[in-house]
Design a protein around this ligand. Structure first.
Ligand SMILES: Nc1ncnc2c1ncn2[C@@H]1O[C@H](COP(=O)(O)OP(=O)(O)O)[C@@H](O)[C@H]1O
Ligand SMILES: [Mg+2]
Length: 237
């Protein structure tokens, strides 16, 4: 299988209305692992994710996949912070990404049944997705992203507003996806979750990557005073 990774960002900046939202950022996203992005509100985490996914225009620098952009786009999914549901049934929400790909009908129905049971919604297939609970919606959004078997999956605070049990459900799905070979990169405000899931981590501050390291070094031996302060829960100037 050809891989779309590594993804390289070279001196990427995003400027809007004269304000620097991101950058300059240079980094490489290699194959394998689960990368967690942490940092205070407004530090540029979402902007960085969107730049990687190609939905935020960069003002300077380059974003390069190992393959042409159009090919790379086909093998990545993005789960937004607030799950976006089609105002249709749970089953239709799961069918949709496969229908876009012109998947044969038998395969679609097998996949839908399989994913519905994996996310515990097998008895709610005919219910309108808009009537699901927050945790159910987020599981559905994740299943919709994974049903296309992306090579790379971006998630922006997938467990914001979820209770402990729903958070664990999402984490289990992410671990299964990772074991199945999906490269995951996600933001979170939950440091416990970051520690449970990360193989490596990035700390964003003022639109820049302040620190990046394998998970153990990142959490056990933060190098910068800013990351140390962030872990203590201090406000960082
Ligand atoms: N389209 C936009 N125009 C102007 N400012 C924006 C826009 N999108 C985000 N911002 C600002 O960019 C900064 C970084 O935002 P964001 O990437 O959402 O941070 P985070 O996800 O870490 O909270 C924030 O100060 C935010 O207010
Ligand atoms: Mg954000």
């Amino acid at each position: 299988m050809t891989t779309i990774l590594p993804l390289r960002l070279e001196d990427v900046s995003v400027l809007r209305k004269g304000k620097r939202l991101l950058g300059p950022v240079s980094m490489t996203l290699s194959e394998g692992g689960l990368t967690i992005i942490v940092g205070p509100n407004g530090s540029g985490k979402t902007t960085l994710l969107k730049v990687m996914h190609g939905v935020e225009r960069v003002s300077a620098g380059r974003v390069r996949w190992a393959v042409p952009d159009e090919q790379a786009q086909h093998h990545q999914s993005y789960v937004f912070q607030t799950p976006i549901m089609l105002r249709r049934s749970v089953a239709d929400n799961l069918r949709y990404p496969l229908q876009l790909r012109k998947t044969p009908r038998d395969t679609v129905e097998t996949c839908v049944a399989d994913w519905a049971s994996r996310i515990g919604l097998q008895d709610l297939l005919k219910l309108s997705a808009t009537r699901l609970s927050g945790g159910e919606k987020q599981r559905l959004a994740l299943a919709r992203a994974l049903i296309r078997r992306p090579e790379v999956l971006f998630l922006d605070e997938p467990c914001a507003n979820l209770d402990g049990a729903s958070t664990r459900d999402i984490e289990r799905l992410l671990e299964e996806a990772q074991q199945a070979g999906t490269r995951i990169i996600m933001t979170t405000h939950d440091l416990g979750q970051a520690k449970r899931l990360a193989t490596d981590a990035i700390f964003m501050l003022h639109g820049c990557i302040k620190e990046a390291a394998p998970a153990e070094a990142f959490f056990d031996a933060p190098q910068t005073s800013e990351l140390q302060a962030f872990f203590r829960g201090d406000i960082i100037a």
